[in-house]
Write a protein that binds this ligand. Structure first.
Ligand code: ZN
Length: 198
């Protein structure tokens, strides 16, 4: 499964955008390593089809919106602690809010209704998750993923970075290296990517 970068799609920091044979990388928002172009910021992908230039543009900060308890958010896990993970929130109730200014936390006890022994068995760095806001404290929010529609919606292999497909409940397998990984999956894992296009 190869995913082609499309104009207007989201890019997350570090996301692979293409190769230098296809595009001219924009210096301010991308970098190229061994011929592969990556995003250095989150935002919307712009492809200048005439110049073949690829760049990532930030979203308008004025679209900032306050979060409320019960809101559904989508974000990327940017760090994993012993008992919780930190989530950079990108989307609030289906509205894109890059640089929302909100940092989400998911405590290990709020991930699943099943007991989670090790946090890495449920959530890992760079996973994209859907979660519900349960508590607000200034610009930090507590998030929960303990319902079937909540949890990981997109993840890459922790060994090789390849795409992971669902084999059974909360179990993923890498298409490339066949590494098997556990996650707390949302019930629509793997079918969500199209909804990140607008
Ligand atoms: Zn792999």
């Amino acid at each position: 499964m190869t995913k082609n970068t499309k104009d207007g799609e989201y890019a997350f920091i570090g996301q692979r955008l293409g190769v230098v044979e296809e595009y001219l990388p924009d210096k301010n928002s991308t970098y190229a390593d061994k011929g592969v172009i990556y995003a250095t910021r989150s935002g919307r992908i712009y492809i200048d089809s005439h110049k073949k230039k690829i760049s990532v543009k930030r979203f308008d900060e004025r679209k900032r919106q306050n979060m409320k308890i019960g809101d559904i958010v989508i974000g990327m896990i940017n760090f994993v602690r012993k008992y919780s993970v930190g989530v950079e929130v990108y989307i609030i109730n289906n509205n894109v809010k890059f640089y929302s200014g909100y940092l989400g936390n998911v405590h290990v006890s709020q991930i699943s209704r099943n007991y989670i022994e090790k946090i890495e068995d449920a959530l890992q760095k760079t996973d994209i998750i859907r979660a519900r806001v349960s508590k607000l404290k200034y610009n930090e929010v507590d998030l929960v993923t303990d319902q079937p529609n909540l949890g990981v919606i997109s993840a890459d292999c922790s060994r090789c970075g390849g795409p992971l497909y669902k084999t059974k409940r909360d179990l993923l397998k890498c298409e490339i290296c066949e590494n098997v990984e556990k996650r707390k999956l949302a019930n629509d894992y793997g079918s969500v990517k199209t909804r990140l296009i607008f």
